[in-house]
Design a protein around this ligand. Structure first.
Ligand SMILES: [Mn+2]
Length: 308
């Protein structure tokens, strides 16, 4: 895999607009098929008995160096699933190139015959629907800078690709993974799995992509201008409704991992460099031990986090 990653990275910087756009088309076709196979749901289920390990990656935000570090680091473990929690572009100057490598990875996975796909790309708020824009949003400018008018076309294609992405992973009985937070009103997993379908009438989808945890109870206005700050009672209710112990999410810069709400929430951040000030980044390896029995965020931060 090392040689393959090196080759993808080299190509990411040198490839033509035609080739880049063709890759986006190819990836979208695969993601479309996967969405159809999920019958339109935004939820990917993982049975903890059926896999040996799951790698989880937080925000990348155009940081190629961190992305390559992770890919090379995990090459040897032969992961059964790699879950990306969203926010691939913006903030980092190599956003278009990160997309290129990520989609190469996805496409190489999609060509395999196995029914369950290894690479799971979730939607973050930077891959949101048109009515929930992010600010600042560098990706369209980086596309145009690199490829001119064709770059504009590439960005339009990327936006269409976002619509096919799932937005939550349930490791049954163990963990819920999504980008931002738990919606305030979750009666069952369906409220999360089909949140996109009820957007914007219901705020569930917005909260999945945008919310942040807060200590204590209740829910509060978010300075982000979208989503909510959700307290421990919201988390407890949501986790109970979907039958898991711990929420694994990203979205907030931190020193790689951060344990919140007494161990119910783990925040994961997988990139370094401007404009954030974190000096460490991390990803998770959920091994047999973490899949056999549900661990809380404290334990995952201690035993499953790979920090650099
Ligand atoms: Mn985010």
């Amino acid at each position: 895999m090392h040689a393959e990653v090196d080759e993808w990275v080299r190509k990411a910087f040198e490839t033509s607009a035609d080739e880049c756009l063709a890759l986006i088309d190819e990836a979208k076709e695969i993601l479309d098929e996967e969405k159809e196979a999920r019958e339109g749901s935004g939820l990917v289920r993982i049975s903890p008995q059926a896999v040996r390990n799951v790698v989880v990656v937080g925000d990348i935000h155009g940081d190629m160096e961190s992305f390559v570090h992770i890919l090379k680091d995990i090459a040897a473990i032969n992961a059964d699933r790699i879950v990306f929690l969203g926010d691939y572009g913006d903030r980092g100057s190599e956003s278009v190139e990160v997309y290129y490598v990520l989609l190469k990875l996805k496409v190489s996975d999609g060509k395999g015959e196995q029914k369950e796909k290894k690479i799971i790309m979730l939607r973050g708020n930077h891959e949101g629907p048109p009515d929930m824009p992010v600010m600042p949003h560098d990706l369209p400018f980086l596309f145009t800078k690199k490829y001119g008018v064709r770059g504009k076309e590439g960005y339009e294609k990327i936006k269409e690709l976002w619509e096919c992405l799932p937005y939550c992973v349930l490791v049954e009985g163990r963990y819920l993974m999504l980008h931002g937070g738990l919606p305030l009103n979750v009666a069952s997993i369906k409220d999360i799995a089909f949140a996109h379908d009820s957007h914007p009438a219901s705020s569930n989808f917005e909260e999945i992509l945008w919310s942040d945890p807060v200590e204590g109870k209740g829910d509060f206005y978010s300075m982000r201008g979208a989503g909510r700050m959700f307290g421990e009672d919201v988390t407890e209710r949501g986790l109970r409704a979907v039958g898991v112990k711990t929420l694994i999410r990203s979205h907030e810069p931190c020193e790689g991992v951060e344990v919140r709400q007494g161990g119910k929430v783990l925040t994961l951040f997988s990139r370094k460099g401007s404009p954030y000030f974190n000096t460490r980044a991390a990803y998770l390896i959920l091994d047999e031990n973490a899949l056999m029995e549900a661990k809380d965020a404290e334990e995952l931060a201690r035993s499953a986090a790979r920090i650099w």
